[in-house]
Every structure is written in C-alpha cells, then in structure tokens.
Design a protein around this ligand. Structure first.
Ligand code: PLP
Length: 438
C-alpha cells in the first residue's frame, strides 16, 4: 500500500489495491528495458504490441527531434503539412489499391470510432439510412472508448458499461491452431450464422468489423485467410462495408505488411495504430475506400465527416511514422522468415511439454495455451503466476489468461530468440510441474 500512497499515478488495466511493486523503467535499447533497480528485461510483447524496431531506435529518435524543432504541431482543419501529406501518400501506396483516403486520429480506439462513424454516416449519405447494424465477432477487441467497446461487445471487461453501449450482432470467431481438425466446421457455422443474420435484417446491416487473421486481446486467436476470403465475398454480395481493425496486425506482425495483403482482401476501411510510429508516439489512421470518401462530398458542411481531435496528424507522429516505414522496408525478408523460425524454436524448446496445447503461429506471433482445469480466458489464475515468474526470469511477458504468446520487436536476432525461448521454456516447465496452484 505504501507505493500507491506515494504515487499519484492510476495505472491502466490494473487493480491498484494489489499493485504494490511496479518496476520503474529508466531506459530502453533494442529489445531490452533497463529497470531502476539494476535489472534488465527482454521486451517480449513489444510494450503492448506497439514497438517495431526496438526501443530508442536512433533513426526514429532523430526524425522526431528534427521535426520537433521545425514544426511541432499545427491545426489540421484547413491546414496541411508535408509530413502528413507524405505519410498519407506512403500508406496508400502500400495498402491494397482500393484504400485511398487517410483520416488521422490518436490511438487504436479512436481509429475504430472513426471507422464506425464513417460506415454509419456513409449509408445516410447514399440514401440507405436504414443500414445501421454493426456485426462483430465473439472475442473481438477494438479498444476502450464507448463505440469501440460496443464493437467488441462480447468482452466481459465491459460489464459495468453494458447499458451505455450500442448493441451489435455477434458471430463466433473460427479460431484455429496446429492440428485442428474442426476448423472447417467452425468456419461453416460462422458463415451460416452470418447468413441468418443477413436474412433476418435484410438491407439493414451497415458493416462487419473484424481483427483479421489474429484476434489480439482475446488471446492471439487465429483464423485462416480462406475464412476472411469467404467473409469478404459475402460482404460484397450483400453490399456490406468490411472494416479491418489492423491496429495490432498492421506493420508486419502477420509476416506481411498487413493482414489484408496476406489474405489477399481489399476491405472498405482499415484501422491502423500501435506500430504506426514504430512505438514512439501515439497516432492512428483510418484508411477509407474512395467510394466512402466520395459519399461525403457535397455543398454543405453537414454532409462532411464532422470529426476531429486536437492533435490530428501531429507532425512529430507523422515524422516518426515515415522513419519507421522506411526501416520496415528493409525488414521484409526478416518478417517473411519469422513464422518458420518460431516453429523451429517452439519444437526445440517447448515441443515436449505435455501441458501445452493449441499451438499457433502467424508471422511474427507465436501463441500456445497452458492446459488448465479452470475457465480459460483473461481472468484465468495462471496468467498472473506466469507473468511474475517470467519477470523474475528477465522476460516481459503478459499472458492473456492461460495463453502465452510472443510478439517481439523486429530487432531480435537468432541468438536472442534462442535465449527468449530457453528462458520461457524454463518458466513454463517450472509452473506446469507445480500442481498446487490449480
Ligand atoms: C489495442 C487495440 C485497439 C485499441 O488501441 P488503443 O491504442 O489501445 O486505443 C484496437 N483494436 C485492436 C485490434 C487492438 O489490438
């Protein structure tokens, strides 16, 4: 309790009553974080999935310093600046060609709010105001603001706020893993349910929102590209907007630059944040298809998209993002090789641990579950035990319930990857050999 008494800070996603020992980080370099008490830890989750090239990367730090002394910020309504123009141009050139217009905001949640509001107003602008229903997925996570919470409606985090949220239709997410023999059934069941929803609400569905290929917060739950293809075809046929929330999957996580590219799909709206600036400053974008942008053109202000934030398109954020994108260009072979490398390391270090199941890989992401007799999910007891043991071993890892995953920055080389796997395996062996905690 002493710590909470001396600190004025209220931490996110944290029960402050029991959070008595918060390590203080004084410096970061590459994959390493250095703590005030002299310890160092390997950042195995890219600091909540934001860091791409390692901490303190000199190129991004330099770009930020140069931009800060040139133009730190300017109002973005009625004014523009080169970093924003260049960044928008670059993003449009690497995304699927259907996505043409870049709307800036500040974080993943707001990029989702923007996408939902654009989709909702779009149907009013094109004379189909009855299209109001949003369809989301079981386990979907799109952020913590009210609209983003609503889109991720099935999470138990939101229980206190239920009455404030707009209702959505929820589809089962056809999660899969290595050796899963039921994946086709799960996909079929999902698409059948979608068919029923569309039948019942003919002409009233506005959009479907999904985290493509990997649901992050739900526990790195992965689906197949084939499934996304079918989903996208149905959206085309039924004239429904498809929103890809790539806040986590963007910028290389899935092995390709974006999940939509990996799956070969052109959604109508894409949300990007987390890795956008390489993990240096908060920024996000919602990238829209031309038809959505065009629907907001007209003679009156009221038909415009009346949304904005004080720091929209902050030039320092844009400069960081441009620098990060440049670094990312040199990483394509690294990113393409990571999935096979993770499979190899998993087999080598963890392949023989009996209490591990549902092993899955997608690009730079590796995840597995610890067999447990309890309910799985975020509130599973083993998560906090593992987290503490990992930290004692020098690893920053935050299991999602009984799901352990790696999401490393792209500066991690083969040698460090071996160390991460060896240390992780040591902890998993120790914890799963004890049975008294279940
Ligand atoms: C983290 C996350 C968000 C929310 O982003 P914030 O920057 O935390 O608001 C939205 N969608 C997905 C898929 C995420 O992983």
């Amino acid at each position: 309790m002493i710590r909470t008494a001396v600190s004025a800070v209220w931490h996110p996603f944290t029960q402050m009553a029991t959070c008595l020992d918060v390590p203080e980080v004084v410096r970061g370099e590459g994959a390493m974080l250095y703590l005030k008490d002299g310890r160092s830890v390997i950042d195995c989750i890219s600091s909540w999935w934001v860091n791409l090239h390692g901490h303190g990367h000199p190129a991004i730090a330099g770009a930020i310093a140069a931009q800060a002394s040139t133009l730190e910020h300017v109002i973005f309504a009625g004014f523009t600046h080169e970093p924003a123009e260049r960044l928008a141009h670059e993003l449009v050139s690497i995304l699927p060609s259907k996505l043409k217009r870049v709307f800036f905001s500040d974080n993943g949640s707001t990029s989702v709010e923007v996408a939902i509001k654009m989709a909702y107003q779009y149907w009013q602008q094109v004379g189909q105001p009855e299209r109001q229903i949003i369809i989301g997925f079981d386990g979907g996570y799109h952020g913590d603001t009210l609209g983003a919470m609503s889109a991720g409606g099935s999470s138990t985090f939101w229980d206190p706020f239920r009455d404030l949220m707009f209702p959505i239709e929820v589809l089962p997410f056809p999660e899969t893993w290595q050796g899963d023999e039921t994946v086709e059934q799960k996909e079929k069941a999902c698409l059948e349910k979608l068919g029923l929803i569309l039948e019942k609400n003919c002409g009233r569905v506005a959009a479907i929102i999904i985290e493509p290929l990997v649901q992050g917060a739900a526990g790195m739950r992965m689906c197949r590209p084939q499934f996304l293809k079918s989903l996208s075809q149905i959206c085309d046929q039924a004239n429904i907007l498809l929103i890809f929330d790539e806040v986590m999957t963007g910028f290389g996580r899935t092995g390709d630059l974006f999940a939509c590219l990996k799956a070969g799909i052109e959604p109508d709206l894409v949300c990007l944040s987390k890795g956008l600036t390489g993990g240096f400053v908060p920024m996000s974008v919602t990238v829209a298809a031309e038809k959505i942008f065009a629907a907001f053109l007209g003679d009156t202000t009221s038909s415009a998209f009346l949304h904005g934030h004080s720091y929209t398109a902050n030039p320092i954020g844009c400069a960081a993002a441009l620098s990060s994108l440049q670094l990312l260009q040199e990483k394509s072979s690294y990113l393409a090789a990571m999935e096979a490398l993770h499979k190899e390391k998993f087999e080598m270090y963890l392949g023989d641990i009996a209490d591990i199941n549902k092993v899955r890989f997608c690009g730079t992401i590796m995840a597995f579950e610890i067999a447990t007799t309890e309910n799985t999910g975020y509130f599973n007891n083993i998560g906090p035990i593992l987290k503490k043991e990992f930290l004692a071993q020098g690893l920053l890892l935050r299991p999602l319930g009984n799901v352990v995953y790696l999401m490393l920055p792209y500066c991690v080389d083969n040698g460090l990857l071996d160390k991460v796997y060896a240390d992780m395996a040591a902890v998993v062996r120790k914890v799963t050999n004890k049975t008294d905690w279940v």
